[in-house]
Design a protein around this ligand. Structure first.
Ligand code: ADP
Ligand code: MG
Length: 267
């Protein structure tokens, strides 16, 4: 069975898309079969792996609204190991259409059921809002990764996200857990970063990943070449960080086999 992970935080600019693209690429590099799902109308994850968002045969919107089959929307990123379900500005239509649709919250879950078993990991990049599209990702997922920038207002709005996750767990997806909190654009020399980081660990305990993603200009440059950090500059500090995150996730999943039952706080 595949492990479905949503990358969510309703704040924009916290590193969701950077994490979705590079975590997916790191898992593929670690010989996992990976599917990246772009749920954002901006199509940044789509472009980030080199697909042309304006030239997609079919998009996530098309299959969510039942206009095409999910398999028609599969794009190859790397032969046999890394695939994409891409998005573009059509996604705004999906947001509206899903609200009117019976069972609209479970549309992505239903679509993925047809193909998810072909993948070890499905990584879903969410839009910067607690919208119907984010709800669809949280209903389809088993784990949520919350990227956070360790800045002043980092914790603001977090309650809304956690409440949404809890509501979805109670109403429709009882397996959903906060898989981990990921500190992004991390600058260890900055005092505020250290303080906010300590607050996160206080609040989330073991769910905060040991791996931190440093601020690294190579991570910011890679998307303009349509490349993950591993194709763009495999020796960058950002590449090492996403490799380490993938190893942490793979390690946790292995240890789960012997350490059921699953809870929110692991490790
Ligand atoms: P989100 O998807 O949450 O809006 P992005 O992943 O698009 O956030 O990141 C916002 C901006 O910050 C982008 O320009 C991205 O290239 C840049 N960025 C993300 N992570 C890093 C990092 N670790 N170091 C440097 N720049 C980063
Ligand atoms: Mg994004």
């Amino acid at each position: 069975m595949s492990h479905i992970i949503a990358i969510a935080n309703q704040k924009g600019g916290v590193g969701k898309t950077t994490t979705a693209v590079n975590l997916a690429a790191a898992l593929a590099e670690a010989e996992q079969r990976v599917l990246l799902v772009d749920m954002d109308a901006q199509g940044n994850a789509t472009m980030g792996v080199g697909a042309d968002k304006k030239a997609l045969e079919a998009t996530v919107c098309d299959f969510l609204l039942g206009e095409k089959g999910v398999a028609e929307a599969l794009e190859v990123v790397a032969d046999g190991s890394f695939y994409l379900l891409g998005a573009n500005s059509d996604m705004t239509a999906a947001e509206v259409g899903l609200r009117d649709m019976k069972g609209g919250r479970a549309a992505l879950k239903k679509s993925l059921a047809d193909i998810a078993d072909s993948f070890d990991y499905v990584v879903i990049d969410c839009p910067p809002a607690l919208s119907m599209l984010t709800v669809n990702a949280l209903v389809a997922a088993r784990g949520v990764i919350i990227p956070m920038q360790c800045e002043y207002y980092a914790l603001e709005g977090l309650t809304d996200l956690l409440t949404t996750i809890e509501n979805i767990r109670q109403m429709i997806n009882r397996d959903l857990v906060v898989e981990g909190v990921l500190r992004t654009m991390y600058d260890g020399r900055n005092r505020l970063t250290g303080e906010v980081s300590a607050q996160l660990i206080d609040y989330f305990g073991n769910s905060v990943y040991e791996t931190v993603i440093p601020r690294n200009v190579r991570l910011a440059e890679a998307p303009s070449f349509g490349q993950s950090i591993f194709d763009y500059d495999a020796s960058a500090s950002g590449a090492a960080a996403y490799r380490s995150l993938a190893a942490e996730i793979l390690g946790r999943d292995d240890s789960e086999i012997v350490s059921a039952p699953r809870t929110g706080a692991k490790r």
